[in-house]
Design a protein around this ligand. Structure first.
Ligand code: KG4
Ligand code: ZN
Length: 332
């Protein structure tokens, strides 16, 4: 079974060819990050134009790298949401045209489900049921995966997503965009101890998060220091922010694991590339004798291999594909 995955939900144009369930023959990603960096965030018009310009080349490159001819494809999987409407349409239009021309089925994929499936591509496969923390630029959710394709959302953020908080805090610290990798680097080079920050919502027994308060605490700290005539080192502030975010993310997810009595904990989404977060999860899960999985780094951030995997899952479950139109607010 050869599946072509296509991803254009945000600022990465990606295509991948998957053989069977877990053999990634190719995974090509064209990132627009440099173009958006000068604006400090994603500019929808630029994203839409770039996707339209490069999508055909990226698909051709993925097929070429995989050594697979178009007429050998068995399935096409494309992200239909959540994401930017103007970006999603590029991938969807290509998938539809290819599907019609080749007579191959096209599965519309939920980008969030694709992130969940990034843990089911390589290495020893996690056992289900599991609890998965999905942390990306737009989402922070704890999801109970009861069986393949059977999900229950246990908690999410009340305001900013974790990745959004990394991006915003990096901006106020002048560390650049995207903020996640910039914060991680600054922390690794921090000269002093981390600045202590509160752990929002940790005392609240719910499985919900709030990251907007943490961002405000960082801004407040910078203002206080400035009015006292001091200039805090960005690395020390970044370290305090990262410690607080990691602490809340790990503790709430392990709380969810205890409540659902699962033995497997998964991490996915762009923020799962964070080394401190991965290390804290690995440590705490080992302590609690939980089996922990996180995707290889190249599958944490947006890619099309995970989209192909999710399309294949839904195809094998004979789940109906959502309409092949953008669904910007799609949820799990
Ligand atoms: O999953 P993703 O590639 O796109 C969305 O679906 O949103 O996630 C992007 C997010 C950005 O907010 C970025 O700053 C964050 O993932 N990120 C990180 C790291 N690498 C990417 N956050 C923390 N540490 C990292 N190393
Ligand atoms: Zn994503």
């Amino acid at each position: 079974m050869l599946t072509l995955g296509i991803e254009t939900s945000c600022d990465e144009t990606a295509a991948a060819v998957l053989r069977g369930e877990g053999e990634i023959l190719s995974s090509v990603i064209s990132s627009q990050v440099r173009e958006h960096a000068k604006f400090g965030g994603i500019v929808p018009e630029i994203a839409a134009r770039r996707h339209a310009e490069v999508i055909n080349h990226i698909i051709a490159a993925a097929l070429d790298e995989a050594g697979v001819r178009l007429d050998r494809l068995d399935l096409i999987a494309v992200t239909v949401g959540p994401g930017l409407s103007v970006s999603l349409v590029s991938g969807i239009a290509c998938a539809r045209a290819l599907g019609e021309a080749l007579g191959v089925p096209v599965m519309g994929v939920n980008h969030l489900e694709a992130h969940l499936m990034s843990n089911f591509l390589t290495g020893p496969l996690p056992e289900l049921p599991a609890v998965c923390l999905l942390v990306s630029g737009g989402h922070t959710e704890i999801i109970h995966i009861r069986a393949p394709g059977d999900y229950e959302m246990l908690g999410c953020t009340r305001d900013d997503a974790a990745g959004e908080a990394f991006d915003k805090v990096a901006r106020v610290l002048g560390l650049g965009y995207p903020g996640g990798p910039a914060i991680q680097q600054a922390v690794e080079a921090a000269p002093g101890p981390p600045v202590p920050f509160p752990r929002p919502m940790l005392q609240n027994p719910s499985l919900e998060f709030s990251f907007s308060g943490l961002k405000t605490a960082v801004i407040q700290h910078l203002k206080t220091e400035e009015s006292a005539g001091r200039t805090p080192h960005p690395g020390n502030v970044a370290a305090g922010f990262q410690d607080a975010a990691v602490d809340v993310l790990v503790k709430k997810t392990l709380r969810a694991a205890a409540r659902t009595k699962v033995k497997t904990v998964l991490l996915c989404g762009g923020v799962s590339a964070n080394s401190a977060l991965r290390a804290a999860f690995a440590r705490q899960c080992q302590k609690k004798r939980l089996d922990f999985h996180s995707p290889p780094l190249e599958l944490c951030t947006d890619n099309a291999a995970m989209v192909a995997r999710a399309g294949l899952l839904n195809h094998s479950l004979t789940k109906l594909s959502p309409t092949l139109s953008p669904i910007p607010n799609m949820n799990i």
